[in-house]
Design a protein around this ligand. Structure first.
Ligand SMILES: Nc1ncnc2c1ncn2[C@@H]1O[C@H](COP(=O)(O)OP(=O)(O)OP(=O)(O)O)[C@@H](O)[C@H]1O
Length: 444
């Protein structure tokens, strides 16, 4: 109940502990003191997830039965401006208001001072989970996901917000038998909000390295184009089953800055040339060379879809198809704490960042890393990795299997331009809908 102490002597507080004792070493099973507690109008039912910033619970309104998700800030994040971060997340979301954006509708503070936000309860699976299961998606489903994602990002950018962490874990897909599939972009925890000092600003490198734009990696000025680059990484991964750059985290980051990505069509069959070209444009090193906006990219996508004339796909601008006869592999209720591949934090040494030309303010910065292969260890138990404060070799970057190494920019002029940037301080529903369900088998 709100007003009561959150901690019980002798009982570990799962919310405040990032490294809870493993069951085999714990003499007694830990009991989460927040379970059954009333927070505002909601009663906590069960823990459904955990991230670096907070622990997420399913909660219910006792009178009307409405369900919600409540994210409670980890105690250790209080000392690292986490309180401000959680509030910014809620503010960012409410500045946008789009069906493709997770709704945050309330916030509050626990008696011990930890803030919480009350959100729409998401059901479905993350794109990361879907890709883990399927490897890659077919062209039609990829186009649909991109269209939905770009629609949401268009609203994000029009609100003056830059998400800065578009990655497969932050894209939720949901599908029911009797309704059209939906996509939700989540986790605005490191979003850049207008006229606010966002956590991670002032030259700090924030994001998920495998999906980060070159300008984010350099710690330079980041705008909507950075999100578009991340969309390009997701598109590449959906189409080919792998990200364009492989290797250790530092190698991947160097490659994001320096290496030309292979064309998706060199890694998978059946990709239309125009889609190939759009993905490569999204992955341009220079923000100005990417599509002008999410909406502009979406228009290109519509033209691609129209040209594809995918059997069963609706004409562009038509009402979305209701996916009714598609085999559904996903549960309609999110299972409790699924073994999701989670991001984990890496502290990057100053020397590494200086190699990218990043102006270091605080000596070292944090960013998130999505592991290439799904760990089975829950995020809360995963160790914090520390990279050595030495500059790793930027090459070779291991290309995805089967392709020739592409170590550096083929276009010398482009490389020069990229290097000249160094150092740098510091809607609605879609007009496209997949005929193939999210839970259906991807074509080879
Ligand atoms: N609204 C929601 N509905 C259902 N589940 C959710 C919701 N929000 C978060 N989750 C679950 O909780 C997990 C952790 O949430 P989230 O990633 O937002 O936490 P976080 O602490 O902000 O993470 P990080 O800062 O490490 O990205 C998610 O992976 C998801 O499984």
């Amino acid at each position: 109940m709100a007003g009561e102490s959150m901690s019980t002597p002798g009982v570990p507080d799962p919310v405040s502990s990032s490294e809870p004792p493993s069951p085999e070493h714990s003499p007694t099973p830990s009991v989460d003191p927040l379970l059954s507690m009333r927070l505002g109008e909601f009663i906590i039912e069960e823990r459904i997830g955990a991230g670096g910033m907070g622990v997420v619970y399913r909660a219910v309104h006792p009178l009307i039965g409405k369900h919600a998700a409540i994210k409670v800030l980890r105690a250790e994040r209080m000392a690292r401006r986490g309180e401000q971060q959680l509030l910014l997340e809620a503010k960012a979301v409410n500045a946008i208001r789009h069906p493709g954006i997770l709704d945050v509708f309330n916030c509050g503070t626990l008696p011990d001072g930890r803030p919480y936000i009350v959100m729409e309860l998401l059901q479905g699976r993350t794109l990361s989970e879907v890709l883990l299961e399927k490897g890659k998606l077919d062209v039609e489903l990829t186009v649909w996901v991109l269209d939905q994602l770009l629609s949401a990002l268009g609203a994000v950018h029009r609100a003056g917000v830059v998400h800065r962490d578009v990655n497969p874990e932050n894209v939720f897909l949901r599908e029911f038998l009797d309704t059209k599939p939906t996509l939700k972009l989540v986790d605005f925890g490191i979003a850049q909000v207008p006229r606010e000092e966002s956590p991670g600003a002032n030259g700090a490198m924030t994001g998920t390295p495998e999906c980060m734009s070159p300008e984010q990696i350099r710690g330079g000025t980041v705008g909507p184009a950075a999100d578009l680059y991340s969309v390009g990484i997701l598109a590449f991964q959906m189409l080919t089953g792998a990200r364009p750059f492989q290797g250790e985290h530092m190698q991947v980051m160097f490659a994001q800055v320096e290496s030309v990505p292979p064309a998706p069509s060199t890694k998978a069959e059946g990709i239309p040339p125009a889609l190939d070209a759009l993905v490569l444009q999204l992955l341009e090193k220079k923000p100005a060379r990417r599509p002008d906006s999410a909406e502009a990219a979406r228009q290109q996508l519509s033209a691609i879809e129209a040209a594809l004339r995918i059997p069963g796909a609706p004409p562009v601008q038509a009402e979305p198809v209701v996916v009714a006869a598609v085999p559904i592999a996903m549960p309609t209720v999110l299972p409790v704490a699924p073994p999701v591949p989670r991001s984990h934090k890496v502290v990057v040494g100053a020397a590494v960042l200086m190699a990218f030309g990043v102006g270091i303010v605080g000596g070292r910065v944090q960013h998130k890393v999505v592991p290439e292969h799904a760990p089975t260890v829950p995020a809360a138990r995963r160790p914090v990795l520390r990279e050595p404060a030495s500059i790793p070799s930027p090459a070779p970057v291991t290309p995805p299997e089967g392709g020739p190494p592409r170590e550096a920019l083929d276009d010398g002029a482009l490389q020069d331009e990229a290097l000249r940037e160094l150092p740098s301080p510091a809607q609605t529903g879609s007009s496209l809908a997949p005929a193939q369900g999210i839970g259906a088998t991807a074509s080879p």
